[in-house]
Design a binder for this molecule. Structure first.
Ligand code: UDP
Ligand code: MG
Length: 190
């Protein structure tokens, strides 16, 4: 199985590029952010909890996102693989993903890390906020907090995958199709 972890700070372009990679390599796209937004739209209990956390730019607890991923991994038995977009977001989540995939006799193939500097991220998130209606893109303080949370809680995942020889940085600035080509070249080199 080909299992890609698409990693990077908020606004790095994970969602855009994950759709492209899923199509190119015929993978199931799993975005925990999208799944949480579906829960919010459906006004479920989980959605109400998630909305409060997401609108502050904080992280939904590990146990919640891990069990969302667990239930998705149980479903299709015939897939070529998965692309994980926006998950894992903490080192315990990365460890849990390894455990879950091991149970399915599989593993993370590579972690592709989209590298974009902070000023560019802030600009992109602001721009997205003008049209996305996403509460977490709406104001400067929330955007700033999301980037801080990324640096504190999410970025340590880089050394986790680096120690397994799976960390692969990708320059995340340029045209969408240029970045897409960088990503798919990296996958094909595996
Ligand atoms: N989120 C989370 N855990 C996840 C995925 C998303 O806590 O596994 C929350 C978090 O508050 C994050 C927001 O949902 O800021 C939006 O996530 P998404 O991955 O869609 O944002 P992106 O990084 O792509 O801008
Ligand atoms: Mg996203």
């Amino acid at each position: 199985m080909l299992n890609l972890v698409l990693f990077g700070p908020p606004g790095a372009g994970k969602g855009t590029q994950a759709i492209y990679l899923a199509r190119t390599f015929n993978l199931v796209h799993l975005s925990t952010g999208d799944l949480l937004r579906q829960e919010i739209a459906a006004q479920t209990d989980l959605g109400r909890i998630a909305n409060e956390i997401i609108s502050k730019g904080e992280l939904v607890p590990d146990s919640i996102v891990i069990s969302m991923i667990e239930s998705k991994l149980k479903k299709p038995k015939t897939t070529v693989g998965f692309i994980f977009d926006g998950f894992p977001r903490t080192v315990p989540q990365a460890k849990a993903l390894d455990d879950l995939l091991r149970k399915h006799h599989s593993k993370v193939s590579v972690m592709l890390c989209l590298e974009v500097e902070k000023e560019e991220l802030i600009g992109r998130l602001f721009k997205r906020g003008l049209t996305s209606g996403r509460c977490d893109d709406a104001d400067a303080a929330t955007i700033e907090n999301r980037i801080n949370v990324y640096n504190e809680k999410t970025a340590p995942i880089i050394s986790y995958y680096e120690s397994q020889g799976k960390y692969h940085p990708i320059h995340g600035i340029g045209a969408v199709d240029e970045i897409a080509a960088r990503l798919s070249d990296a996958v094909e080199e595996l």
